[in-house]
Design a binder for this molecule. Structure first.
Ligand code: PRP
Ligand code: URA
Length: 208
Protein backbone atom coordinates (compact mmCIF):
# COMPACT_ATOMS: atom_id res chain seq x y z
CA UNK A 1 0.00 0.00 0.00
CA UNK A 2 2.56 2.52 -1.13
CA UNK A 3 0.11 5.44 -1.48
CA UNK A 4 -1.14 5.09 2.08
CA UNK A 5 -0.08 7.49 4.83
CA UNK A 6 -1.31 6.28 8.18
CA UNK A 7 -1.42 9.34 10.43
CA UNK A 8 -0.51 8.18 13.91
CA UNK A 9 -0.95 9.92 17.22
CA UNK A 10 -2.28 8.76 20.61
CA UNK A 11 -4.91 11.54 20.48
CA UNK A 12 -6.15 10.13 17.17
CA UNK A 13 -6.45 6.63 18.65
CA UNK A 14 -8.49 8.05 21.52
CA UNK A 15 -10.75 10.01 19.14
CA UNK A 16 -11.23 7.12 16.71
CA UNK A 17 -12.48 5.16 19.73
CA UNK A 18 -15.09 7.89 20.41
CA UNK A 19 -16.17 7.69 16.77
CA UNK A 20 -16.48 3.91 16.84
CA UNK A 21 -18.48 3.85 20.08
CA UNK A 22 -22.19 3.37 19.38
CA UNK A 23 -22.94 5.33 22.59
CA UNK A 24 -21.19 8.51 21.37
CA UNK A 25 -23.63 11.40 20.96
CA UNK A 26 -23.71 13.49 17.77
CA UNK A 27 -22.01 16.54 19.29
CA UNK A 28 -19.16 14.39 20.70
CA UNK A 29 -18.90 12.58 17.38
CA UNK A 30 -18.56 15.87 15.47
CA UNK A 31 -15.95 17.20 17.91
CA UNK A 32 -13.81 14.06 17.67
CA UNK A 33 -14.08 14.17 13.89
CA UNK A 34 -12.94 17.79 13.89
CA UNK A 35 -9.95 17.02 16.10
CA UNK A 36 -8.82 14.13 13.91
CA UNK A 37 -9.21 16.36 10.86
CA UNK A 38 -6.75 18.83 12.41
CA UNK A 39 -4.21 16.03 12.75
CA UNK A 40 -4.76 15.01 9.13
CA UNK A 41 -4.35 18.51 7.71
CA UNK A 42 -1.15 19.05 9.67
CA UNK A 43 0.31 15.83 8.28
CA UNK A 44 -0.86 16.49 4.72
CA UNK A 45 0.62 19.98 4.87
CA UNK A 46 4.10 18.47 5.20
CA UNK A 47 3.85 17.83 1.45
CA UNK A 48 3.05 21.48 0.61
CA UNK A 49 5.61 23.53 -1.27
CA UNK A 50 6.65 26.95 0.05
CA UNK A 51 7.69 30.15 -1.65
CA UNK A 52 10.19 32.46 0.04
CA UNK A 53 8.99 35.99 0.71
CA UNK A 54 10.48 38.81 2.69
CA UNK A 55 8.81 39.99 5.88
CA UNK A 56 9.55 42.98 8.08
CA UNK A 57 9.55 42.30 11.80
CA UNK A 58 9.50 45.34 14.14
CA UNK A 59 13.32 44.94 14.21
CA UNK A 60 14.49 43.96 10.74
CA UNK A 61 13.65 42.41 7.41
CA UNK A 62 13.89 38.62 7.23
CA UNK A 63 12.90 35.64 5.13
CA UNK A 64 9.33 34.36 5.44
CA UNK A 65 7.22 31.86 3.54
CA UNK A 66 3.89 31.53 1.83
CA UNK A 67 2.24 28.46 0.34
CA UNK A 68 3.39 27.80 -3.20
CA UNK A 69 0.08 26.46 -4.50
CA UNK A 70 -3.56 27.37 -4.18
CA UNK A 71 -5.28 24.73 -2.02
CA UNK A 72 -8.73 23.55 -3.03
CA UNK A 73 -10.68 21.46 -0.53
CA UNK A 74 -13.35 19.21 -1.97
CA UNK A 75 -15.61 17.57 0.61
CA UNK A 76 -17.64 14.64 -0.70
CA UNK A 77 -21.23 15.29 0.36
CA UNK A 78 -22.50 14.73 2.86
CA UNK A 79 -20.07 13.33 5.38
CA UNK A 80 -17.00 15.14 4.00
CA UNK A 81 -18.54 18.45 5.10
CA UNK A 82 -17.71 17.60 8.70
CA UNK A 83 -13.98 17.78 7.92
CA UNK A 84 -14.01 21.18 6.17
CA UNK A 85 -13.86 23.49 9.21
CA UNK A 86 -10.65 22.02 10.59
CA UNK A 87 -8.94 22.20 7.20
CA UNK A 88 -10.15 25.78 6.60
CA UNK A 89 -8.94 26.90 10.02
CA UNK A 90 -5.45 25.66 9.20
CA UNK A 91 -5.54 26.87 5.58
CA UNK A 92 -7.73 30.00 5.63
CA UNK A 93 -6.87 30.89 2.03
CA UNK A 94 -8.17 27.55 0.73
CA UNK A 95 -11.04 27.53 -1.73
CA UNK A 96 -13.79 24.94 -1.40
CA UNK A 97 -15.53 22.86 -4.05
CA UNK A 98 -18.28 20.31 -3.48
CA UNK A 99 -19.01 16.94 -4.99
CA UNK A 100 -22.23 15.13 -4.18
CA UNK A 101 -21.72 11.40 -4.44
CA UNK A 102 -23.80 8.75 -2.81
CA UNK A 103 -23.57 5.02 -2.95
CA UNK A 104 -26.43 3.13 -4.47
CA UNK A 105 -27.32 0.94 -1.48
CA UNK A 106 -27.96 -2.10 -3.69
CA UNK A 107 -25.19 -1.93 -6.30
CA UNK A 108 -22.77 0.09 -4.08
CA UNK A 109 -21.96 2.05 -7.26
CA UNK A 110 -21.24 5.81 -6.88
CA UNK A 111 -23.84 8.26 -8.22
CA UNK A 112 -22.85 11.94 -8.76
CA UNK A 113 -25.69 14.27 -7.77
CA UNK A 114 -23.85 17.59 -7.35
CA UNK A 115 -20.65 19.17 -8.68
CA UNK A 116 -19.26 22.68 -8.20
CA UNK A 117 -15.58 23.50 -7.85
CA UNK A 118 -13.45 26.66 -8.05
CA UNK A 119 -11.44 27.41 -11.20
CA UNK A 120 -7.77 26.64 -11.74
CA UNK A 121 -7.99 23.03 -10.62
CA UNK A 122 -5.02 22.28 -12.88
CA UNK A 123 -2.57 24.47 -10.97
CA UNK A 124 -3.96 23.85 -7.48
CA UNK A 125 -3.37 21.23 -4.85
CA UNK A 126 -6.73 19.50 -4.48
CA UNK A 127 -7.58 17.76 -1.21
CA UNK A 128 -10.63 15.52 -1.25
CA UNK A 129 -12.31 15.11 2.13
CA UNK A 130 -14.38 12.06 3.02
CA UNK A 131 -14.31 10.35 6.41
CA UNK A 132 -14.88 6.83 5.00
CA UNK A 133 -12.95 4.95 2.30
CA UNK A 134 -14.96 1.73 2.08
CA UNK A 135 -15.23 0.07 -1.37
CA UNK A 136 -13.38 3.14 -2.67
CA UNK A 137 -16.09 3.71 -5.27
CA UNK A 138 -17.00 7.23 -4.07
CA UNK A 139 -13.42 8.45 -3.59
CA UNK A 140 -12.24 6.99 -6.88
CA UNK A 141 -15.20 8.54 -8.70
CA UNK A 142 -14.56 11.90 -7.01
CA UNK A 143 -10.94 11.87 -8.19
CA UNK A 144 -12.03 10.86 -11.71
CA UNK A 145 -14.58 13.71 -11.85
CA UNK A 146 -11.93 16.18 -10.69
CA UNK A 147 -9.31 14.89 -13.11
CA UNK A 148 -11.82 15.16 -15.96
CA UNK A 149 -12.20 18.86 -15.08
CA UNK A 150 -8.43 19.36 -15.05
CA UNK A 151 -7.16 18.51 -11.55
CA UNK A 152 -3.65 17.10 -11.64
CA UNK A 153 -2.50 17.07 -8.03
CA UNK A 154 -5.04 15.28 -5.82
CA UNK A 155 -4.77 13.99 -2.25
CA UNK A 156 -7.43 12.08 -0.35
CA UNK A 157 -8.01 12.66 3.38
CA UNK A 158 -10.07 10.06 5.21
CA UNK A 159 -10.65 9.04 8.81
CA UNK A 160 -11.17 5.30 8.40
CA UNK A 161 -10.12 3.22 5.41
CA UNK A 162 -10.59 -0.40 4.42
CA UNK A 163 -7.81 -2.38 2.72
CA UNK A 164 -10.20 -2.84 -0.23
CA UNK A 165 -10.69 0.91 -0.60
CA UNK A 166 -6.98 1.65 -0.40
CA UNK A 167 -6.30 -1.04 -3.03
CA UNK A 168 -8.94 0.44 -5.34
CA UNK A 169 -7.45 3.92 -5.02
CA UNK A 170 -4.01 2.52 -5.73
CA UNK A 171 -5.28 0.68 -8.83
CA UNK A 172 -7.45 3.53 -10.21
CA UNK A 173 -5.32 6.52 -9.17
CA UNK A 174 -1.77 5.46 -8.38
CA UNK A 175 -0.59 9.08 -8.16
CA UNK A 176 -3.07 10.05 -5.42
CA UNK A 177 -1.80 9.92 -1.83
CA UNK A 178 -4.31 8.61 0.72
CA UNK A 179 -4.03 9.97 4.26
CA UNK A 180 -6.04 8.10 6.85
CA UNK A 181 -6.30 8.02 10.63
CA UNK A 182 -7.17 4.30 10.80
CA UNK A 183 -6.80 1.29 8.52
CA UNK A 184 -9.52 -1.18 9.46
CA UNK A 185 -9.81 -4.93 8.87
CA UNK A 186 -12.27 -5.45 6.01
CA UNK A 187 -15.65 -4.69 4.47
CA UNK A 188 -18.79 -6.60 5.33
CA UNK A 189 -21.19 -7.93 2.68
CA UNK A 190 -23.00 -4.55 2.59
CA UNK A 191 -19.82 -2.59 1.93
CA UNK A 192 -19.51 -1.28 5.52
CA UNK A 193 -16.11 -1.06 7.13
CA UNK A 194 -15.37 -3.48 10.00
CA UNK A 195 -14.98 -2.60 12.79
CA UNK A 196 -15.65 0.90 11.40
CA UNK A 197 -18.07 3.40 12.91
CA UNK A 198 -21.27 2.74 10.97
CA UNK A 199 -22.62 5.34 8.56
CA UNK A 200 -20.54 8.50 8.94
CA UNK A 201 -23.15 10.81 7.35
CA UNK A 202 -25.98 9.52 9.49
CA UNK A 203 -23.93 9.66 12.68
CA UNK A 204 -22.69 13.19 11.94
CA UNK A 205 -26.01 14.67 10.96
CA UNK A 206 -28.32 12.62 13.20
CA UNK A 207 -30.24 10.99 10.37
CA UNK A 208 -30.05 7.45 11.72
C1 PRP B 1 -20.38 7.30 2.63
C2 PRP B 1 -19.05 7.97 2.90
C3 PRP B 1 -18.36 7.86 1.56
C4 PRP B 1 -18.87 6.56 1.03
C5 PRP B 1 -17.80 5.54 1.21
O1 PRP B 1 -21.25 8.15 1.98
O2 PRP B 1 -19.16 9.27 3.37
O3 PRP B 1 -18.66 8.94 0.69
O4 PRP B 1 -20.01 6.20 1.81
O5 PRP B 1 -18.19 4.34 0.62
P1 PRP B 1 -17.46 3.75 -0.65
O6 PRP B 1 -15.99 3.86 -0.41
O7 PRP B 1 -17.95 2.33 -0.68
O8 PRP B 1 -17.91 4.51 -1.84
P2 PRP B 1 -22.75 7.75 1.70
O9 PRP B 1 -22.90 7.16 0.35
O10 PRP B 1 -23.28 6.94 2.85
O11 PRP B 1 -23.46 9.17 1.62
P3 PRP B 1 -23.70 10.26 2.79
O12 PRP B 1 -22.37 10.90 3.09
O13 PRP B 1 -24.66 11.20 2.17
O14 PRP B 1 -24.25 9.54 3.99
N1 URA C 1 -19.90 4.59 4.36
C1 URA C 1 -19.95 4.79 5.69
O1 URA C 1 -20.38 5.85 6.15
N2 URA C 1 -19.50 3.82 6.49
C2 URA C 1 -19.01 2.66 6.02
O2 URA C 1 -18.60 1.81 6.83
C3 URA C 1 -18.98 2.46 4.64
C4 URA C 1 -19.43 3.45 3.82
Amino acid sequence: MKNLHLVENPLIDRDITYLRNIETKEYQFRLALRRISYALVIDIAKSFGLKKISVKTPLEETVGHKLLHQIILVPVLRAGLSMVNSFIEMIPQAKVGHIGIRRDEKTLQPIEYYYKTPQNLDVSKVIILDPMLATGGSASAAVSFLKKRGAEDCTLATLISSPEGVAKMEADHPNVAVYTAALDRQLNENGYILPGLGDAGDRTFGTL
